[in-house]
Design a protein around this ligand. Structure first.
Ligand code: APR
Length: 258
């Protein structure tokens, strides 16, 4: 509510460093489905089919299923919503050092790029970006759309010029996060004054442990989520509300006191 938001806004205003961690809930108002809960994609798709092990064992089957999942997740024409915009605006004001996101939809980037200003904030895509694919052999990255079209036309798995199979440029279950990315996220969490976890169920590692890391290092931790999370106990402020309500209000409170 208002008092809790004011407390967070006060801390944000004086923070040397503030960091946001986002999950599927921030993109839900843009029409991107979430993973868990009654409407979550893991109710309709078997998450066990999207592991790195399956990709290696059965790349054809993996790609067939991934084409379906990709359409389900990103088939609509998704645009950043008021919550992405509020974070982008805090970033442009120099109030947000980094946005660590578990989302692969690229919407934080779109929100930042929609202004001409120099972004003062870093976007750390913990789980990669589904708008790209990457060749497993030579590492070449490519726009995902044309490669997914080839898969839909029956090229399974779609292959790079070097002959290697393409993989969506996202972190699959059972696959390591890039070490540099996770180290960076951990040190941001350890060193920030304010840590905001937004629209994530906070059950998937390593994102799930970042709020705890921030809390034990002394940061003010705020959680914005419709449902309770396993990290609510370490949070100083929990806003159980829609991200498109909570974040624009937070931004307004931060900016209005200037
Ligand atoms: N406002 C606030 N919170 C919301 C909103 C909203 N409009 N809509 C949904 N939520 C909350 C839900 O209550 C839920 O707790 O967002 C959370 C989304 O949780 P998940 O679907 O589990 O998404 P996330 O935490 O990002 O998942 C982590 O799991 O399978 C994977 O790799 C996938 O990156 C993903 C990871």
């Amino acid at each position: 509510d208002e008092t809790d938001s004011e407390r967070l806004a006060d801390d944000l205003r004086v923070a040397d460093s503030a960091v946001a961690l986002t999950g599927a809930g921030i993109s839900a108002p843009s029409g991107v489905p979430t993973f868990r809960g009654d409407d979550g994609v893991w109710e309709r798709f078997d998450e066990g089919q999207f592991t790195y092990g399956r990709f290696q064992r059965d790349p054809d089957g993996f790609w067939t299923d991934r084409v379906e999942l990709q359409r389900e997740l990103f088939g609509g024409d998704h645009e950043p919503n008021a919550a992405h915009e509020a974070l982008a605006s805090l970033g442009l004001d120099g109030r947000l050092e980094a946005i660590c996101t578990q989302n692969t939809d690229g919407l934080h980037g779109d929100a930042l790029e929609s202004t001409d200003e120099e972004p003062g904030t870093t976007i750390l895509e913990l789980h990669g970006n589904a708008r790209r694919v990457r060749c497993v052999d030579c590492g070449r990255r490519q726009a995902a759309d044309p490669i997914f079209e080839r898969a839909e036309d029956g090229e399974l798995p779609p292959r790079c010029e070097c002959g290697g199979p393409y993989k969506p440029d996202v972190v699959l279950f059972g696959e390591q996060l890039p070490g540099a990315v996770i180290q960076r996220a951990k040190s941001l969490a350890r060193e920030c004054d304010v840590f905001l976890a937004i629209g994530s169920s906070l059950v998937v590692e390593p994102a799930a442990s970042l709020p705890r890391l921030a809390a034990s290092a002394g940061a003010t931790v705020g959680i914005v989520n419709l449902e309770s999370t396993p990290c609510d106990g370490v949070a100083d402020v929990v806003l159980r509300e829609d991200v498109t309500q909570a974040l624009p209000r937070l931004r307004e409170l931060v900016e209005s006191a200037d």
